[in-house]
Design a protein around this ligand. Structure first.
Ligand code: MG
Length: 290
């Protein structure tokens, strides 16, 4: 049956169609304006409007689990595993590049004194690194000669590993250190540059964790430094380095300047002549920040 519209019904329909058209034009103009507002200039990172459902969602990963003193935790599902608990197949000697000569125990590996530093076979760029370590128990030696090793990002920038345990009892208002050294040589220090914000050390023989975010330096084609290396370090769950800018490679009693290096370099662990242990070593390369 064909509907016969009355005059008033027809007028009402005209009003509705006009209103719908106006709304559509307004929406179109709104989109065009938003597009102009949030369109990225050529060569720049795209800016997204708030709550835009067309913005790509982040990749989904399975997070890891925390370690206990007895057992290493599981790494996140997208981590590169640098130590699988059984062998040093991902590592080599820095000197000569042959197999890493350090000792492998049950679920850990240990510095074999005087065999030299070891480094990853692969090179890595900006990254999140997780590494666990334990200094020898019973402790031996004093100052820098006690439970010393080091985690060298890019083989050049050391986060110090040392027995820096201090009892939380106080003598004349100061914590009673079991082993005293200079501030920028303690555990958690960016060696020779930045002391840790606090000393969050555990006892010798106990497993300790470092979670490090590292952004390597950048250089232009002419070798000029565009951006220094930047590090954030969390020691046993406590922030000890807060996005510090390094002055250059770390060194003993000197501050050498930067030299031009590639964006990816191996991770190095130091043989400082002490049987320090490591376990649960993994990293996640950081991408997409440029
Ligand atoms: Mg060291």
């Amino acid at each position: 049956m064909v509907k016969i519209w009355s005059r008033s019904e027809l007028n009402m329909r005209k009003v509705i169609i006009l209103a719908e058209t106006c709304l559509a034009v307004a929406a179109f103009l709104g989109l065009m304006t938003a597009g102009r507002l949030f369109a990225a200039p050529q060569g720049a990172k795209r800016e997204w409007p708030p709550n835009d459902r067309s913005r790509p969602l982040p990749p989904v990963i399975a997070p890891g689990t925390s370690s206990t003193q007895e057992k290493a935790g599981a790494p996140p599902s997208d981590a590169i595993i640098l130590f699988n608990g059984h062998d040093l197949s991902n590592w080599e000697s820095v000197a000569g590049g042959g197999p890493a000569k350090w000792k492998v125990g049950e679920g850990y590996f240990e510095v074999a004194p005087r065999t030299g530093d070891i480094q990853t076979r692969q090179a890595y760029g900006d990254c999140q690194l997780h590494i666990e370590w334990a200094t020898p128990n019973p402790p031996r030696g004093t100052d820098q000669d006690r439970g010393n090793s080091g985690v060298f990002l890019h083989g050049l920038y050391e986060v110090q590993v040392l027995d820096s345990y201090a009892k939380l009892t106080y003598v004349d208002g100061a914590a009673a250190y079991d082993n005293v050294t200079y501030a920028d040589g303690e555990a958690g220090a960016v060696y020779g540059q930045y002391p840790p914000l606090v000393n969050a050390s555990r006892k010798p023989g106990e497993w300790q964790t470092y979670d490090i975010v590292f952004h390597g330096p950048r250089f232009n084609a002419g070798g000029k430094l565009l951006r220094p290396a930047i590090m954030t370090v969390i020691h046993n769950g406590v922030l000890v380095q807060d996005h510090v800018s390094l002055t250059g490679p770390t060194a003993f009693e000197s501050r050498p300047p930067y030299r031009v290096t590639p964006e990816k370099l191996p991770l190095t662990l130091q043989d400082h002549n002490h049987p320090v242990r490591f376990r649960n070593v993994w990293l996640r390369e950081l991408r997409g920040e440029e």
